[in-house]
Design a protein around this ligand. Structure first.
Ligand code: AMP
Length: 219
């Protein structure tokens, strides 16, 4: 199964991708996660990406396309993968099409577009807390950890991402509208788009996501 999860930041793509990837035994590939890890480790990639991310802007296309090219060349994606947060521009989508064509391994099966109103997204992003160690995601009201401020899975202290602060949230939503939402038409025109109501409770979104991709071949 080769899947792209599309949708505004904070709409729940990461949570659902993590669950589906675990169930199917395929990698969840999150460019945001790869970039945050590079920042944490202070690598040249991290140093290059940091200021873009902190301002809520996109990291330049050539940088993220390079990340995906490297990541997809690894053998763990041979049976499929879930892309979460990539592509985010039409240029990235075109580069991905070319990469998959050149690899000869076949194209994307489905692109699932997570839909939710802006107000809901703002509330989710501002209440989101993440585990810096195992990347688990919580929400202070809708999905709180058992012990306040601590990750249920590994016990680490939860953090609020710097780009989940109010000013940056507004910038990220604008970037999404201007640069990423054109991908909805891009994939609709190619017959790959499936719409998903992302406002439902987490378990029900997951059931709907599974049924949308049920017919997808395992590769
Ligand atoms: P995310 O965790 O997907 O919300 O991504 C966090 C931030 O990483 C974004 O706001 C961008 O600054 C950067 N980023 C992640 N994926 C991409 C991408 N495909 N293209 C450009 N920038 C990205």
């Amino acid at each position: 199964m080769r899947l792209i999860l599309l949708g505004a930041p904070g709409v729940g793509k990461g949570t659902q991708a993590q669950r589906l990837a675990t169930e199917r035994g395929i990698p969840q590939i999150s460019t945001g996660e790869i970039l945050r890890d590079a920042i944490k480790r202070g690598t040249p990639l991290g140093i290059q990406a940091k200021s873009f991310m902190e301002a809520g802007n996109l990291v330049p296309d050539d940088v993220v396309i390079g990340i995906i090219r490297d990541r997809l060349s690894r053998s763990d994606g041979a049976d499929g993968f879930i892309l979460d947060g990539f592509p985010r521009t039409v240029a990235q989508a075109q580069a991905l099409d070319r990469m998959l064509l050149d690899s000869g391994a076949g194209g994307i099966d489905y692109v699932v577009n997570f839909e939710a109103p802006n107000q809901e997204i703002i509330s989710r992003l501002s209440g989101r807390r993440t585990c810096p160690d195992c990347q688990a995601v919580y929400h202070v009201e809708h999905a709180p950890p058992r012990q306040e401020g601590r990750c249920d899975k590994c016990g680490a202290a939860l953090v609020q991402r710097t780009d989940d602060k109010p000013d940056t949230i507004a910038a990220r939503l604008k970037v999404y509208d201007q640069q990423t939402s054109p991908l909805i038409d891009y994939y609709r025109e190619r017959g790959l788009l499936r719409q998903l109501d992302a406002t439902a409770p987490i378990d029900s979104v997951y059931r709907n996501l599974r049924s949308l991709v049920q017919g997808t071949k395992s590769r």
